[in-house]
Ligand binder design. Structure first.
Ligand SMILES: NC(=O)c1ccc[n+]([C@@H]2O[C@H](COP(=O)([O-])OP(=O)(O)OC[C@H]3O[C@@H](n4cnc5c(N)ncnc54)[C@H](O)[C@@H]3O)[C@@H](O)[C@H]2O)c1
Length: 503
């Protein structure tokens, strides 16, 4: 309220040449009453119902600038629809500015009584809802200049991960790693973690007071000792709880840094500048952090969400081609989880992606992250639907573990695991043989391995049996059907094996 939505929306519509809808005005026109009258007659519930109908009507129409009501986004289902189908911008101003603008609060039923106290408590109540947006833009100043800022961010590839006050935005674009200094401004001393292959990106970005930590490279160094190196360097430097740990590297650096951030001084902020395709499309999003133990990969960890993720495809030029291609396996997985449209888009772009073309790569990152964000938002702690993200990973992990660290890249194992999962889908009657072929053709065009029969041997199955997502004797297997149709079924390893192995 009073943040200037109507004025900024007017300027923005003019600037973009799009139609403008002022949601409150539209609701009043349709009801034939003022908002205070609607509240009086139908209560807040009645008003919110009218509001939801009006939002859905504009969402199914042509491109439009919409000035929402201040409370529109408090309806979670509606907010998520706005995030998925539109670009949602939160305009922000200090409380005093808002108070000045709303004056005595006349005509605003939610401010009845003491407007200052009501406004402050509404802001506190709604903080989690306002945090879930594509961008937060300060609305202090000239509406035309604010509209210009909104137009700029609205044109960017940004994917919100909507988790209430823990929300963040994954920003994807060339050169975006240089935004690091700006994104770190709300925090204290930075602890910048890299490995020998990614130091070259970290060092030019490091401010003079940064604590730089370079870890040993590779999965075999994803250990508690590596985490302890981050803890110790940070503590020796005397950081306090305002510190932020930033990972500038692949999934190994990201998982280790995230766990260090989750535990250092009982938890400090965390940021991600992923430098492998796998880290951009998968490991930097969702807040899973941790390290390996002798008993298996990722067996100790914590959930700790980053405050920002900056994906800069420019850094992928130094990534060995095989590592880049391996990251595409998670892109295929996400597309299959999402549905027909996403798989078709991937089929359209397959050769461009295999060559590493920037526009196709940005599109694939954006779509994959959007799928992961949607699933993580539904189930941040992996108690239900987040299990779907393990599609291809059960047999994949078995193959990866049996090959030993360094034998098979994670993404290559996932590619083979996706082939295995499709075979399970066929055995369970949820997928058709043509879908196995479609999956294999797509993986193959992207340059990923599909020669599952050659790679499977007896050594794989004990590792599948030890999968950490098992429940008693059964593993919870993510069974694919056609794109977008996914089920989780408890299966014995023998049943998985019978479905996957071709005699
Ligand atoms: N947290 C999660 O949700 C999640 C999800 C998927 C995977 N993971 C984890 O991610 C890890 C795999 O990630 P990864 O494939 O990024 O591994 P990685 O971090 O080991 O990176 C792969 C290799 O590329 C090098 N490298 C990274 N960026 C580079 C660049 N821009 N130029 C040149 N070389 C570069 C690294 O030094 C390394 O040698 C696994 O440990 C896996 O468990 C975590």
């Amino acid at each position: 309220m009073g943040v200037g939505k109507s004025a900024v929306a007017r300027c923005l519509a003019e600037r973009l040449g799009w139609p403008l809808v002022d949601l409150d005005a539209r609701i009043e026109a349709e009801a034939g009453h003022s908002i205070p009258t609607i509240f009086e007659r139908e209560g807040e519930t009645g008003f919110r119902r009218r509001e939801a109908d009006a939002v859905r009507a504009v969402l199914s129409g042509p491109r439009t600038v919409v000035a929402l009501g201040g409370g529109t986004v408090t309806q979670t289902v509606l907010r998520r629809e706005l995030l998925a189908r539109g670009v949602l911008i939160s305009l922000e101003a200090p409380l005093e500015t808002l108070l000045e603008r709303v004056g005595g609060g006349a005509g605003r039923p939610l401010l009845a009584g003491d407007p200052a106290a009501r406004l402050a408590s509404l802001l506190a109540e709604r903080a989690g809802a306002y945090a879930e947006c594509h961008a937060r833009v300060s609305s202090v100043g000239d509406p035309a200049a604010i509209a210009e800022r909104v137009a700029t961010v609205a044109a960017e590839a940004r994917v919100p991960v909507p988790l209430g006050v823990d929300s963040y935005v994954v920003e994807i674009g060339e050169g975006y790693r240089h935004r690091l200094a700006d994104r770190m401004t709300p925090f204290g001393r930075p602890i910048l973690v890299a490995d020998p292959n990614t130091e070259r990106y970290r060092d030019p970005l490091a401010p003079p007071d940064a604590v730089n930590v370079t870890l040993d490279e590779g999965e075999e160094h994803k250990t508690v000792d590596a985490v302890a190196r981050i803890w110790d360097r940070a503590l020796e430097a005397g950081v306090d709880r305002r510190a932020i740990v930033v990972a500038i590297g692949g999934g190994v650096v990201g998982d280790l840094s995230g766990f260090a951030a989750a535990s250092l001084l009982r938890g400090v902020a965390f940021g991600q500048v992923p430098t492998t395709l796998l880290a951009m499309v998968d490991s930097s999003v969702g807040g899973k952090t941790g390290f390996n133990r002798a008993a298996g990969k990722n067996l100790v960890g914590a959930f700790h969400q980053p405050a920002f993720v900056l994906c800069d495809p420019e850094v992928l030029v130094t990534l060995p081609k095989a590592d880049r291609i391996a990251g595409l396996a998670e892109v295929v997985k996400s597309a299959w989880l999402e549905g027909e449209g996403a798989v078709a888009a991937l089929e359209r772009d397959a050769e461009a992606l295999a060559r590493g073309e920037t526009a196709a790569t940005i599109g694939a990152i954006q779509r994959s992250v959007a799928t992961k964000a949607r699933i993580v938002a539904e189930d941040a702690l992996e108690k239900g639907v987040r299990m779907h993200l393990n599609l291809g990973h059960t047999v994949g992990h078995g193959l990866e573990a049996a090959a030993g660290y360094g034998g098979l890249r994670h993404g290559e194992a996932v590619s083979l695991g996706l082939v295995a999962a499709m075979r399970v889908g066929v055995a369970r009657g949820s997928a058709h043989a043509t879908e196995v072929e479609r999956m294999e053709r797509l993986l193959d065009r992207l340059g990923l391995p599909i020669d599952l029969d050659r790679r499977l041997d007896d050594a794989v199955w004990p590792f599948v049996q030890n999968d950490k997502k098992r429940q008693g004797d059964a593993v919870r297997f993510v069974v694919p059907g056609s794109p977008g149709v996914i089920a989780v079924e408890p299966m014995t390893v023998d049943a998985v094996r019978a479905a996957v192995v071709r005699s």
